[in-house]
Design a protein around this ligand. Structure first.
Ligand code: MF3
Ligand code: CO
Ligand code: CO
Length: 259
């Protein structure tokens, strides 16, 4: 975390976040059309970089703390931060999370979604559906005066009621002209705990929900996080603004995503 204090964004900054967020969501939607058996994760990355440059925007992950690519592509048992690779070819039945973050006029839009490659198994379908419902319930907990713990509690309660687990090692984050800043938004926790939400706060909710254990391990590449038991993991993410009356989704998915 670069800073402990939670920044409240000005109207001018919020407009920039909205532009970055909407463009990031548009990129995610654009890439979704490429998700098919036979496509490599590097092809998704290269199209993302090409499209981003065409829009006059910048890929935030590229070079961030040494990250080598423009997007993260996390397949099946990969929890997050999967690195696109020419040798990784999508096959029927895979699930893939694509996580994109764009910088537009200095501000960040961060969003992700898990897609089916061909026909998913029943358990993969359930995991992805539960993950999206977790994000929806987390977003629903956002309003001025609510606490950060209310978000994680809503997510954890639903995930565990469906027989799944919540990853602890990666959390949502404040985001503005800085990619990752205060506050941290755990996807687990207790209602009424943590800092109070105030209008002008902007942060992500990005639950990683596992089929089996919540424990993860990071590969030798220092990025790719895998489930310890190698069972499936799914994730989805929105960038969110706390408003006077509740919440605004800054990364609305053009295809509609049920939130
Ligand atoms: N987009 C990811 C997030 O949701 C962060 C990726 S950092 C990278 O926070 F370096 F791996 F790209
Ligand atoms: Co994020
Ligand atoms: Co992200």
């Amino acid at each position: 975390m670069e800073r402990e204090v939670i920044t409240l964004l000005s109207k001018r900054e919020i407009e920039k976040m909205r532009r970055a967020g909407h463009l990031a969501a548009k990129l995610l939607y654009h890439l979704s059309a490429m998700v098919k058996p036979g496509v490599s994760t590097l092809e998704l990355n290269d199209e993302a970089e090409r499209w981003t440059q065409e829009q006059g925007a910048k890929s935030a992950p590229l070079g961030y703390k040494g990250y080598p690519k423009s997007i993260c592509t996390s397949v099946n048992e990969v929890v997050c931060h999967g690195i696109p690779n020419a040798k990784q070819i999508l096959k029927d039945g895979d699930i893939i999370n694509i996580d994109v973050t764009l910088i537009v006029d200095g501000y960040h839009g961060d969003t992700s979604k898990t897609f089916f490659v061909g026909e998913p198994s029943p358990i993969a379908r359930k995991l992805v559906e539960v993950t999206e419902e977790c994000r929806r319930r987390g977003i629903e907990a956002i309003k001025p005066g609510a606490k950060i713990g209310d978000i994680g509690a809503a997510i954890q309660e639903y995930a565990e009621s469906q027989g799944f687990s919540v990853v602890r090692d990666f959390v949502g984050h404040g985001i503005s002209n800085i990619f990752h800043t205060a506050p941290q938004i755990p996807h687990y926790g207790e209602p009424g705990k943590g800092k109070r939400l105030r209008p002008g706060m902007v942060f992500t909710i990005e639950p990683m929900i596992n089929e089996g254990t919540w424990e993860v391990e990071v590969m030798e590449d220092k990025w790719t996080a895998l489930t310890l038991d190698r069972k499936l993991s799914a994730q989805c993410e929105h960038t969110l603004l706390v408003t006077e009356s509740g919440v605004e989704i800054l990364t609305p998915y053009p295809g509609g995503d049920g939130v």
